[in-house]
Design a protein around this ligand. Sequence first.
Ligand SMILES: NC(=O)c1ccc[n+]([C@@H]2O[C@H](COP(=O)([O-])OP(=O)(O)OC[C@H]3O[C@@H](n4cnc5c(N)ncnc54)[C@H](O)[C@@H]3O)[C@@H](O)[C@H]2O)c1
Length: 464
Amino acid sequence: MKIKNICCIGAGYVGGPTMAVIAQKCPEIDVTVVDINEKRIAAWNDEDVENIPVYEPGLPEVVKEARGKNLFFSTEVDAAIDKADMIFISVNTPTKTYGIGKGMAADLKWIELCARQIARVAKNDKIVVEKSTLPVRTAAALKDILDNTGNGVKYQILSNPEFLAEGTAIQDLKKPDRVLIGGDVETSEGKEAMEALVNIYASWVPRENILTTNVWSSELSKLTANAFLAQRVSSINAMSELCEKTGADVNEVAKAVGMDSRIGAKFLKSSVGFGGSCFQKDILNLVYIAKSFGLKEVADYWEQVIIMNDHQKRRFAANIVKTLYNTVSGKKIAVLGWAFKKDTNDTRESAAIYVADYLLNEHAEIVVYDPTVKEEQVYADLDYLNTRSSEENRSKVTVVKDAYVACEEAHAVAVLTEWDEFKELDWQTVYRNMLKPAFLFDGRRLLDRKTKEEVGFEYYAIGN
Ligand SMILES: NC(=O)c1ccc[n+]([C@@H]2O[C@H](COP(=O)([O-])OP(=O)(O)OC[C@H]3O[C@@H](n4cnc5c(N)ncnc54)[C@H](O)[C@@H]3O)[C@@H](O)[C@H]2O)c1
């Protein structure tokens, strides 16, 4: 089976970059990315590729090459579904905020809407690919909806979770560690559908890096991978607190531990806590699934990763208050970095939001600078927490376009995203323009203690 036309529902951080790379690597396939968010689609179609809605190094170049040739962004969802042989579902699957499973289970509302829309529109057989991260066994629900509400056409459901990391998405997509494809391995139709997707990736990914499994293994592998990654961060963060009490340095511990080839050096960087749209949501989802099968110990084990992460964010903020003589009321705190990591404009679950919220509860005045995050996003993130009115957020938080301006007359600076440009700041100038003593809290272990102390800063870093 040769795929000629792909539709991807959801033009977000996954749908956009993933489809751009497929279009670039497979010029013979037409790829249409659709979304109900008109503003987002308009931004993807912006003449200046620097204005596309996802900030990701290397992405503008890929979009520029393929857009208008075999890569299209559109709001016409029905038309794209109708035309496609293969439909990727790449919509958001956030944690439920209501009802059963509130605060834990994945909200599959948008997934189900997609399935119903596909069923309504499709007039010929389709391969439906789960790109979104989903609870194990969602494929069965999708198949049920498609088979029972459809027009009598046949569907094959594949699971093809995305392992890209924001900030390095293009690199990850072009040279993935592995591509995982789950499908119905019991039937020839299932195997044929899997082979069709394997062939697409095989245009640029070595076959030995393309794994095929049954659907449930594929769905569960994505949750497992994110749980393992987040667990490493929480493990080293747990050690960072012990380091601070004992005089050990978490960077030295991480290096010594990571040189053990059984452990490996990656993902052992201590920080103010992990953020991003995935780790917390996917672990909570895993915890919920384990609980729903009555697996209390399994659920408790993974929940601890989240508990540790929340603790790390809180204790970082609490340390700022304690160090500033137990009060930050009326004090100006400069927050450098709002994105959840460098090289992205994504702020979902960013540690900065929670640290700022904590300090605002202590009546601090916050000034934020981030190279990619827009002012309205900072306010939207704080408003979403519902801790205080949006007027209060706007009166207590200022967003500026310059790191030096953010730090002027501040009592303290908190580095919350590891943007490279923060390393290059003229810290002497920053120091000169701050109130004294000038406190510097490094939530990312980004800066060098010795030089900052030589400048005159009271320097505090995680795990040191
Ligand atoms: N962001 C990541 O790094 C990452 C990595 C791997 C996997 N994932 C998973 O991929 C999925 C998508 O994540 P994302 O970060 O791209 O989300 P996102 O919120 O950036 O994008 C989702 C898009 O889907 C659109 N959408 C929702 N319902 C729709 C519908 N019925 N029809 C058309 N469009 C619709 C939304 O408007 C939104 O633009 C999630 O399940 C996530 O867990 C994300």
